[in-house]
Ligand binder design. Sequence first.
Ligand code: NAP
Ligand code: HSE
Length: 438
Amino acid sequence: MMHKCKIGIIGFGTVGKGVFKILNTKKDNHPILKEIEIIKIAVKDINKKRDIQVNKDLLTDDIDSVIKDPRIDVIVEVMGGIDIAKDIIIKSLNAGKSVVTANKAVMARFGYEIYKIAWKNNVYILFEAAVCGGIPVIEPLKKSLKSNQITKMIGIINGTTNFILSKMSSENSSYEGSLQIAQDLGYAESDPSADVEGHDAADKISILTEIAFGGKIKRNEIETEGINFINLKDIDYASKLGFEIKLIALSERINNDSSDSLPLNTWVGPTLIPKGHPLASVEDVNNAILIKGDPLGEIMLYGPGAGSGPTASSVVSDILNLKSISFTNNKKGLSTFDPLLAFDFWRKCHLIESAQIRKKFYFRLICQDTPGVIGKIGHIFGTNSVSIESIVQFDATDNEAEIVVITHEVTKGNIEKSKTELNSLTEVKLIASQLNCI
Ligand code: NAP
Ligand code: HSE
């Protein structure tokens, strides 16, 4: 009989329980799923009441006993956090076990070190679930799209923030209420500031950037802004001007033949998207990513970006990949090692400085409603080489007006100079919002 793939799961929360359900499904799925056996599940609190029926003998609060269990071939890390999770992953790889993880925070910060350890031990670190929940994007970048030179990726890659923005836009719901629902549905990180401040999306675009462009980048250099300061007024004004607001992550190559290191423009931020753009209609917890490659052209991957079932689907697909490799090896005597699936860096990359990044911007300015104010604002932008696409006045009260400005594409450096001058203009009481536009 074939050797079963024996796994130890570390973490039995939203994702861990989803994995357990898939592996214990009574549905008419492929019989290979029956070749995966859960040997142990590590949790923090072994006595916690759980909303799932599980044999108590499977549970342990001793993570090391799972890593060291000689029966276990694959460690599934779905616990979260950074330091302890990183140690678990490294210890498991050094123990000669392949690891499947959903942990973007660890892979974005320590991917380079972890790949090396996996290679050294002739095992795999797979992490499809770490980016875009149920959407296969990492394996396509590693394998199916490998014949291409990837030029650009732009997408909505955080489910929680897309859920919040969708609720605010379609139901006029409050930011706080929408976040609470996203937490109740298991979409948010244990510290949801990672979602709403954009760090989760930055982790994910960092992982995708390294795989798509082939070089290590510095995660902490990714310019990152979240949605925590967006209010219903911005959503309303954007809509009146023909835009949706989404948390966008972008990474693109800047062609520069003179450097031995590939320059990349990579950022995360709340962004106005024209309503006709394919990303504008991505709602709720869904994610989508447009990937441009040469000679491919552009493709869009779309689907649920968080949640138990979708994320577990990606975790189990990684376990199946490991199972299939060992099957190939046993039956045909071929090498166990798939270098594309294992992934390694092949070039140098670096991020361009934020002042060099060219973007279109949206500003909401709270101003005195006095004659000539629009002219003065326009003059400040003009003298700083910022060309304006539109400038509109909303909500004029007796002596206050909200002025929305959308610029053409400019460098962040010129925008910063304009902001300094706007702040010193008596008529401008406050720069209430600054968002990106595409
Ligand atoms: P979760 O619901 O909070 O579950 C965490 C699990 O880990 C719990 O079972 C907890 O044990 C266990 N745990 C925590 N600290 C532990 C420790 N020190 N020792 C042993 N066990 C410990 O988290 P989750 O939402 O499933 O997320 C897990 C990972 O998947 C994270 O890296 C997250 O970023 C990633 N992810 C999540 C989603 C999603 O939609 N939720 C999507 C993609 C990726 P107890 O049950 O005893 O408390
Ligand atoms: N908190 C993450 C999100 C989970 O909302 O997208 C999926 O990675």
